[in-house]
Design a binder for this molecule. Structure first.
Ligand code: DOR
Ligand code: ZN
Length: 444
């Protein structure tokens, strides 16, 4: 049994923060009380008791990241399921969803089951696969979505690409209803985006880089919302980056369309100016691209007013060699699992721009509800997917600091604040901050 003393618990609905004692037994939260005595805890426990003084720390529900790229099978030099699942724990995530743009693409049940099995073996965060919408992500033929769901897929997406053929996507939306799962759209019109390396605007013109206009995203946001409205299927929009998209989603929600959307930390923190200021640092190259200050402001407003439902990392690991080429040639993607929470804490929560209850709603409760995943709340009887979070902990992000194989992050070299001290998955302690191998004690 775990006895977590004096931890701060946030109510994601009201925002109230209370200091409590929490008991974990087996895979669940047994009890939450104002305080407990040693005798009371001993009376409740048949086995040993591990006790932690959590004074000054939060007990967060484990964060749930609905958008990661783990690269296995096929590109294990970038990331493996095991390294990704353990990196996730360090970043405060207890559950992650893995995108299907692997080699081969996750378009068959055996591959879905492979990812589930590898995830279980890793002993990190829970890993659940997302099945492809089309075979080979070629945008031509639908996968057997019902079979993939039976194998353990939690959603469907061709992420990395968009299904360009509207009729095929409409059919996918009809078909996905049989599974009850959401379809995740990577909103990108290939013709509008082709050849671009960054957001199309003043900065791209100044830098002499080909731009990706906001319309490459927004025309597909509009299309996909209209198709979801017509078919009545559950639609989730990945990595929203443009202000016009936020407006389209807000209007769709007002009409009652079953649409949710996510935003990535890098789009809330940076703008296209970062590419100029950093003199073409390839770690800022991501798809969709970092956009303007107005876009960034609209995304934050969207998170605050509930138009955007979730934060998600879009953890996109690449090797150092691949990222060390000229900006126009490097692959898109930012690795984020280990730094995302601390980055959001440092840039948004700490300065008072994002309340902590909103953070937990968009990174734990809403993902759990939308994708029917365990977790999301710190309440007695709930699964003990939990993070002891230290808001004061500062770490310098350096090569060698990562559990992930990838280091393609713009935070490299920076100091961030707010990290997980300990992480439990189903009541099992699976991560402890380096240097605190035994931050807890056995109660005698
Ligand atoms: O930057 C990105 N990288 N965006 C995507 O949509 C795909 C991802 C990847 O797989 O590397
Ligand atoms: Zn994507």
């Amino acid at each position: 049994m775990w006895w977590l003393k004096n931890v701060k618990i946030v109510d994601p609905e009201s925002g109230s923060i209370q200091v409590k004692d929490v008991l974990l037994e087996g895979e669940r939260i047994l009890e939450i009380r104002d305080s407990l005595t040693k005798e009371e805890v001993q009376n409740k426990s048949q086995t040993g008791i591990q006790v932690i003084d959590g004074t000054g720390k939060y007990l967060f529900p484990g964060l749930i990241d609905v958008h990661t790229h783990l690269r296995e099978p096929g590109q294990e030099e970038k990331e493996e399921i095991a390294t990704g699942a353990r990196a996730a724990l360090k970043g405060g995530f207890t559950t992650i969803l893995a995108m299907p743009n692997t080699k081969p693409v996750l378009d068959q049940r055996a591959l879905i089951e492979f990812v589930c099995n590898q995830g279980e073996r890793a002993g990190g965060a829970n890993v659940y696969p997302i099945g492809a919408i089309t075979k080979g992500q070629k945008g031509q033929e639908l996968t057997e979505m019902v079979d993939l769901a039976a194998g353990g897929a939690k959603a469907f997406s061709d992420d990395g690409k968009e299904v360009q053929n509207a009729e095929l996507l409409r059919l996918a939306m009809e078909y996905v209803k049989l599974t009850g799962l959401p379809l995740i759209s990577h909103c990108e019109d290939e013709n509008l985006a082709r050849g671009g390396a960054m957001h199309k605007g003043v900065v791209s013109a100044k830098l002499g880089l080909r731009g990706i206009p906001s319309s490459a995203e927004t025309v597909m946001v509009a299309r996909d919302i209209l198709l979801a409205e017509e078919t009545g299927s559950k639609l989730h929009l990945a990595h929203i980056s443009a202000k016009e998209s936020v407006n389209l989603i807000r209007a769709a929600k007002q009409r009652g369309v079953d649409v949710t959307a996510e935003v990535n930390p890098h789009h809330l923190i940076f703008t296209d100016e970062a590419i100029a200021e950093s003199k073409y640092n390839p770690s800022y190259k991501v798809n969709p691209p970092l956009r303007s200050a107005q876009d960034r402001q609209a995304l934050l407003e969207g998170i605050l007013d509930g138009t955007l439902d979730m934060l998600a990392t879009d953890h996109a690991p690449h090797t150092w060699e691949e990222k060390m080429k000229p900006f126009a040639e490097v692959p898109f993607g930012i690795a984020g699992l280990e730094t995302a929470l601390a980055a959001i804490w440092t840039y948004l929560v700490q300065p008072g721009k994002l309340p902590v209850e909103t953070l937990l709603r968009v990174w734990s409760l809403n993902p759990a509800r939308r994708f029917k995943l365990p977790g999301g709340l710190v309440q007695s009887g709930q699964i003990a997917d939990l993070v002891l979070f230290d808001p004061e902990q500062k770490e310098k992000i350096e090569p060698g600091w990562f559990i992930s194989k990838a280091q393609n992050t713009p935070f490299l070299g920076q100091e961030l604040q707010g990290f997980a001290s300990m992480v439990w998955v189903s009541g099992q302690l699976r991560f402890q901050k380096a240097g605190e191998e035994k931050a807890w004690q056995e109660l005698q």
